[in-house]
Design a binder for this molecule. Structure first.
Ligand code: FAD
Length: 478
């Protein structure tokens, strides 16, 4: 009998366990846009742009293999049983997801399908290791990265090889016409804030493979450990995050390719990059075991943290007008590119939650809407980590100083000058602290504070003191 392949965040043909399991049975590949199930975690603006192009790429790839992609909108538990009936399918094959809403969706779909004698067959999570099969000695899930990485790393020596893409697909008969992708209007109408995206990103499986190949060429893997913390190095990191989020490439494929590339020279050269893949893994395991991660602080005491929500401060941060050049450069890169360098994500997030005392949820929500790689596990876990309320957060008193971080990681100011051009003519010495430059120096650089560029929203030392006082107040609460 035919089977439905329910595509979700696995928009690829290679190393796709659900697709491979179909064997040579006739298939109907389906993508269901179920925004009711996702609720507030439905894709944000930048992710919708990505999804549009990724679905177009997947549809073309499937068509070339012999079975087109059926697009439907509505509740998955309504759509999938109806399609199964139409083509006479006896099973729906899909890959699992970690997000709590997606797991609930799986339960509803399974029940609805069972009602008509159709099975939902769920394949593995988009991870290197099954979170259910990895627990600390206490039997509880790992909540600190270092012991987690120590436990999981040796096991990955035996990671199964990726599955090949199917050579061809046989299309099931009887499917009704699906919706047209254009009718979903996922890409922005004018004004097109995503205008810069097409030059930077190629959504889809071929784009993911091209990114990986580029990263593994020209010694970039070997330079990664040194370059990854330099936001001005456009090619310092892989840029694979949105491809991994949408499952256009599997982490297993990336893992093996990186290991193989390093093997040609120095095997250990792969480790710093593999460690970042383990951070992704850690965040996803956390979300799997602690489904409250996107909503509530993992450290219960933080439920009483005295945030000071202020719409004006939040807006200045969103627009890249905080007066801290490294933060503003990051927030403007985010808006223009749909992506921000990891180091700058940490600094920008830290300034928002610590110096400005804005709730981490507000920052996470903005990232959700503006990142092409917005990912419930990675975004939530990293925000909690920065805010100090996560499972494995840095000690609260270690507060990033946005001036010193800028000077350390963008010492020649190439990153700041690129995204905050109004400061371009300031000498390096004052680039990350324009308010400290003598008036004459600023004038010579064409910068009038408050006119061309804002004064800092808070004095760094005063912001730090206020954050520490807020933390102390939280700890005094009964
Ligand atoms: P590379 O350095 O090439 O790393 C390779 C891969 O490892 C990445 O693609 C990613 O899948 C994974 N990875 C790297 N760093 C981390 C990390 N700290 N946590 C989890 N996985 C990691 N990443 C997202 O994918 N989606 C998000 O929504 C997201 N939100 C973040 C929010 C904050 C406040 C911070 C500090 C970090 C966030 N990150 C998020 C993690 C990280 O910034 C990005 O994964 C990384 O910048 C992506 O660029 P890259 O692919 O070039 O990374």
């Amino acid at each position: 009998a035919p089977v439905l392949i329910w595509f979700r965040q696995d928009l690829r043909l290679a190393d796709n366990p659900a697709l491979a399991a179909a064997g040579d049975r006739p298939v109907l590949p389906v993508f269901v846009r179920d925004e009711a199930a996702a609720g507030r975690w439905a894709p944000g603006g930048a992710a919708r742009w990505w999804l549009h192009h990724s679905l177009a790429a997947l549809a073309a790839a499937l068509r070339a293999k012999g079975a087109g992609l059926h697009l439907a909108r509505g509740r998955a538990e309504d759509v999938l049983p109806a399609l199964a009936r139409a083509v006479g399918a006896d099973a729906v094959l899909a890959n699992r997801l970690c997000a709590p809403w997606a797991r609930e969706q799986e339960r509803r779909v399974a029940t609805a399908l069972a009602g008509q004698g159709v099975r939902l067959v769920l394949h593995e999570l988009p991870l290197l290791h099954d979170p259910e099969a990895l627990r600390a000695g206490s039997g509880r899930a790992y909540e600190a990265f270092t012991p987690f990485a120590r436990a999981v790393r040796p096991r990955l020596e035996h990671l199964a090889p990726p599955l090949p893409a199917p050579a061809r697909l046989r299309a099931a008969d009887g499917a009704p016409a699906g919706e047209a992708l254009e009718s979903w209007r996922l890409t922005p109408r004018p004004p097109d804030w995503a205008a810069a995206f097409p030059a930077l990103w190629q959504p889809g499986e071929a784009g993911a493979e091209a990114r990986l190949a580029r990263f593994l060429s020209a010694g970039r893997l070997h330079g990664y450990a040194a370059a990854r913390d330099r936001p001005s190095e456009a090619d310092g990191t892989s840029g694979l995050s949105p491809h991994l989020h949408w499952g256009e490439i599997s982490p297993r494929r990336v893992w093996h390719a990186v290991r193989a590339a390093a093997e040609e020279g120095d095997r250990a050269a792969a480790e710093p990059f593999l460690r970042e893949l383990l951070w992704r893994e850690f965040c996803h395991h956390l979300l799997w075991h602690r489904p409250e991660l996107p909503e509530r602080p993992l450290r219960a005491a933080f439920a009483g943290f005295p945030w000071a929500p202020d719409a004006r401060l939040l807006r200045a941060w969103q627009r890249g007008e905080t007066g801290f050049p490294i933060v503003d450069a990051g927030m403007r890169q985010l808006w223009r590119h749909g992506w921000m360098h990891n180091r700058v994500r940490m600094i920008a997030a830290s300034v928002l939650v610590k110096h400005l005392l804005q709730p981490w949820h507000d920052g996470a929500a903005w990232f959700w809407d503006t990142l092409v790689d917005a990912d419930l596990a990675n975004n939530s876990a990293n925000w909690q980590w920065v805010a100090g309320c996560g499972a494995d957060a840095a000690p609260y008193f270690r507060i990033f100083n946005p001036v010193r971080q800028g000077e350390r990681f963008d010492p020649e100011g190439r990153y700041v000058r690129r995204f905050v051009p109004e400061l371009a003519r300031l000498p390096d010495r004052f680039l990350h602290r324009p308010w400290e430059a003598p008036e004459a120096v600023r004038r010579a650089a064409g910068v009038v504070l408050g006119r061309d560029y804002p004064r800092p929203l808070v004095d760094p030392a005063a912001g730090r003191a206020r954050a520490l006082a807020a933390f102390a107040a939280m700890r005094r609460r009964p």
